[in-house]
Design a protein around this ligand. Structure first.
Ligand code: KG4
Ligand code: ZN
Length: 360
């Protein structure tokens, strides 16, 4: 890839408005305007509120990103924008803004799949060679991708209902812990006994790499209600034990399904085997340790990009845009926003739709 390409990236597919400038593998600037506060009272992202906030903030983010990179639009080679999948109002805000910038500056436009942005991040941070295996695990996504090239993805499996981050968030809500749920459940779990409650490990009895997390949350709800009925409430220890049990169940499922995905990946005899994780749940120390150990056992290089590049950001969109631009992709004013846009078009659609919109 041309190391000198300078790309402006825009991202607005969910609840983060973001812009970034990337040159080669250098992130010159990355601005992320989160909307957590805006949606906190509603128990999930409200699409209309998200779209309005994106429309208000996206041009400010672009100006800030260029400013921090000490560049102007004249200095960039192309403008990359998330064109889906995601909440349609948000995706439209980004696409319209990028089209305006492209029309005004004459710079080429490149539409990027948000999931490709996540999937190509280990190349930005660690120059990971193709083919590698990726586990994308966040509040909106959960899938194994065999990444063969910037436009060649094979989905080996994914969740058929909730994403793990969504299950962490719901667990926190059920136990009265603050949002986002992942970090608060992880903190409680530190003093808990993971063996006290027998939570299920869904779909481990079935072959393949598909996963399910919604039954786990229902099991936790039943356990909570039965404790409340028996004792009139929850003790601090009950809460910690439930968090530890829940986290151990998620970790076990991810570990076993990753083992199966690695077997499929390694059967292709990659020259430099690599496994990467992305998404907010990748921050979980227990899950990270389980997957690191698994990779060590299989002689596979484990890559976990810094958290700021694992969660939603525009640097990943700029970088993916650079790879696509180098391959000759150019879009124009007909570029459309796609609410659904699977990376692997040959894979059967997964069921369900998460709190952050349709899962691709
Ligand atoms: O990638 P991300 O920032 O946003 C999208 O979902 O696109 O991921 C956020 C999700 C939330 O559901 C949050 O609870 C979860 O990642 N998360 C964690 C941890 N930190 C964040 N889940 C488990 N353990 C954590 N330490
Ligand atoms: Zn994402």
């Amino acid at each position: 890839m041309n190391a000198e390409l300078t790309i402006l990236g825009l991202e607005s597919s969910c609840d983060d408005t973001a812009a970034a400038v990337v040159r080669g593998r250098d992130v010159l600037s990355s601005v992320v305007w989160g909307q957590t506060e805006l949606h906190s009272a509603f128990g999930g992202v409200v699409p209309e509120l998200a779209a309005r906030a994106h429309a208000e903030k996206i041009d400010l983010c672009v100006a800030e990103a260029l400013d921090r990179a000490e560049l102007t639009l004249r200095d960039v080679d192309a403008i990359a924008v998330t064109a889906g999948p995601g909440l349609i109002g948000g995706v439209l805000s980004g696409v319209m803004c990028a089209k305006g910038l492209s029309a005004g500056s004459g710079k080429p436009l490149v539409g990027v799949n948000h999931l490709a942005g996540h999937a190509l991040t280990p190349r930005l941070t660690d120059s990971l060679p193709f083919p590698y295996l990726m586990l994308l695990v966040s509040g909106g996504h959960c899938q194994f991708l065999l990444v063969r090239g910037p436009q060649a993805f094979e989905r080996l499996g994914g969740t058929i209902d909730d994403a793990p981050g969504e299950a962490f968030d719901k667990t926190a809500r059920l136990l009265g812990l603050p949002q986002p749920g992942g970090p608060s459940v992880e903190a409680e779990a530190r003093t808990g006994d993971p063996k006290r409650f027998a939570f299920p490990r869904p779909l481990l009895d079935r072959p393949g790499c598909d996963m399910s997390f919604s039954g786990l949350k229902t099991a936790l709800l039943r356990q909570r209600d039965s404790l409340i009925a028996d004792q009139g409430g929850l003790t601090r220890q009950d809460r910690a034990d439930m968090c530890a049990g829940f986290q151990a169940a998620v970790s076990d499922v991810l570990q076993e399904k990753t083992r199966r995905a690695l077997d499929i990946y390694l059967s292709h005899d990659p020259v430099c085997p690599g496994f990467a994780i992305a998404g907010g749940v990748a921050a979980n120390q227990g899950i990270r340790a389980a997957l690191t150990g698994l990779c060590a056992q299989h002689g596979v290089n484990f890559v976990a990009p810094p958290l700021a590049l694992c969660t939603d950001n525009a640097a990943m969109i700029a970088y993916a845009g650079a790879e696509l631009f180098a391959l000759g992709q150019r879009d124009d004013m007909t570029l459309q926003a796609h609410p659904r846009w699977p990376l692997d078009k040959s894979a059967a659609p997964l069921l369900g739709s998460g709190k952050k919109g349709a899962k691709a």
